[in-house]
Design a protein around this ligand. Structure first.
Ligand SMILES: CC(=O)SCCNC(=O)CCNC(=O)[C@H](O)C(C)(C)COP(=O)(O)OP(=O)(O)OC[C@H]1O[C@@H](n2cnc3c(N)ncnc32)[C@H](O)[C@@H]1OP(=O)(O)O
Length: 254
């Protein structure tokens, strides 16, 4: 299935991402083109080791280039979410190791696929995801007892310079959900859809996911219930519900 999955990804993710910017007279002043690169982390002794070519590279066969890709990705994650990871690392990873070391180790998990887009040698955007099994997604499975096949989105990032031009939506909605996931669903009838984890206070990303149709998964942490607390003058006031550290979102594709 992994070979098939890779070939679907090669088909569905565009080879370039392009957008134009106009001046106030609606005249196009610049066109930006980012070029695609796909890399995957192979299983130690899996069939996937044989896949390697210009369309898709095997990390194990090109480690120094692969490390450059991973370093660029983790650098972008740091620019965007470094503060949140620094605060949450000990809870998330259960150790005192710096979050970037934890993240880089996680980024080398077998089966992960990186679709990255580059312009002038700089990383402009990337998505990393895996075809895997996950619990807590099926209706009623708050106890995490039912495992279903799913595409788990580990990261999606668009560099500041390229934001607000529809690239995030293009990659997630069109390429990953409508493209890759729909085609996987056609060949695996038990396939659930797409799932991801997002920091509770990452409102911009959550807005994008909700606009695409993602919902909070049954097994996701939930917001703390609003509590009534007395003020200094004795009157009661409502304390707004607080987001948990993270939510799990999913898009079911029956
Ligand atoms: C699983 C995970 O990876 S969780 C972590 C997600 N990644 C991050 O938080 C990294 C930092 N953020 C980013 O990289 C980007 O903001 C992304 C990936 C969330 C969105 O990428 P963009 O290319 O900017 O998004 P895009 O232009 O497609 O807009 C998508 C939506 O974002 C929102 N959005 C876009 N621009 C803005 C803006 N300036 N202000 C607020 N919201 C905005 C809108 O809701 C928009 O919806 P629309 O398509 O209906 O207009």
């Amino acid at each position: 299935m992994f070979k098939k999955f890779l070939s679907i990804c090669i088909d569905e993710f565009p080879e370039t991402l392009e957008y134009t910017e106009s001046n106030e007279n609606a005249t196009v002043v610049t066109t930006t083109v980012l070029k695609r690169e796909i890399m995957y982390i192979p299983e130690e002794n899996g069939e996937v080791d044989s896949i390697d070519g210009p369309q898709c590279t095997n990390y194990n066969l090109h480690k120094s280039h692969g490390d450059h890709v991973l370093d660029s990705c983790v650098q972008l994650v740091d620019e965007h979410l470094g503060d949140k990871y620094r605060r949450a690392s000990r809870t998330m990873y259960g150790n005192r190791i710096p979050w970037k070391a934890n993240k880089l180790a996680e980024m080398k998990s077998a089966g992960l696929l990186y679709v990255s887009y580059w312009g002038n040698g700089a990383l402009g955007a990337f998505a990393s995801f895996m075809l895997t099994e996950e619990t807590g997604l099926v209706e009623g499975d708050a106890a995490h007892e039912v495992s279903v096949p799913v595409i788990y989105l580990y990261e999606i990032h668009v560099a500041h310079a390229h934001r607000g031009h529809g690239l995030g939506r293009r990659l997630l909605e069109r390429a990953l959900c409508e493209g890759v996931a729909r085609r996987v669903r056609r060949v695996r009838c038990d396939f659930f859809g797409v799932a991801l984890t997002v920091f509770g206070d990452n409102t911009r990303a959550r807005r994008l996911y909700e606009a695409i149709g993602f919902c909070r998964a049954p097994g996701s942490p939930a917001p703390a219930a609003p509590a009534l607390r007395p003020t200094r003058h004795g009157r009661k006031r409502v304390v707004v519900a607080r987001d948990p550290l993270y939510y799990v979102y999913c898009l079911h594709m029956p």
